[in-house]
Write a protein that binds this ligand. Structure first.
Ligand code: ZN
Length: 161
């Protein structure tokens, strides 16, 4: 008898014909209940069946997940908001490449000039990020003279203004 699944017809024809078991079987109404009881009686087989299912379906489960994220991504790109964000990203990248850059040494000099503290709240407990004094969105340049160190909270507060 296959342990993969016990159909009702096969179960009632099986060798176990003791009256109590038959009574049990008659009491099992739903298929889910029958499966639950079967699992209770065959814990080991049930476990290996479970393992087998996952091994067999691993690929397709991963594929389904991947497909899901692709669909979500595609849907986002199709909304005007998604397109706008994409345009902003590209514009920002273009402007960064046009308006020079800040070398690691320049950033170190800026940090030293500010005593390795946030330019706004003067904390030195948090990691410092480059903050553009004149925001890039307002024509500021990504260069040493337009950059001060800022902690994350100050930087994001400023970005919202
Ligand atoms: Zn700060």
């Amino acid at each position: 008898m296959s342990w993969l699944y016990v159909p009702a017809s096969e179960a009632s024809n099986s060798a176990c014909n003791s009256p109590t078991i038959i009574a049990d079987r008659l009491a099992m109404t739903s298929g889910a209940e029958r499966q639950r009881l079967w699992r209770e009686r065959h814990p080991e087989q049930s476990k290996s069946r479970c393992r087998e299912y996952h091994a067999r379906n691993r690929e397709s489960v991963l594929d389904r997940k991947k497909q899901y994220y692709q669909d979500v991504r595609k849907a986002a790109d199709q909304t005007s908001d998604g397109r706008l964000k994409d345009r902003n990203r590209k514009a920002r990248r273009r402007s960064l490449s046009k308006s020079g850059h800040v070398t690691a040494e320049e950033w170190e000099t800026i940090l030293a000039a500010h005593d390795h503290r946030c330019a706004y709240c003067r904390t030195n407990d948090l990691a410092l990020e480059m903050d553009h004094v004149t925001p890039l969105s307002k024509g500021g340049q990504h260069c040493a003279t337009n950059i001060v160190p800022a902690c994350k909270p100050c930087n994001s507060k400023k970005g919202a203004r």
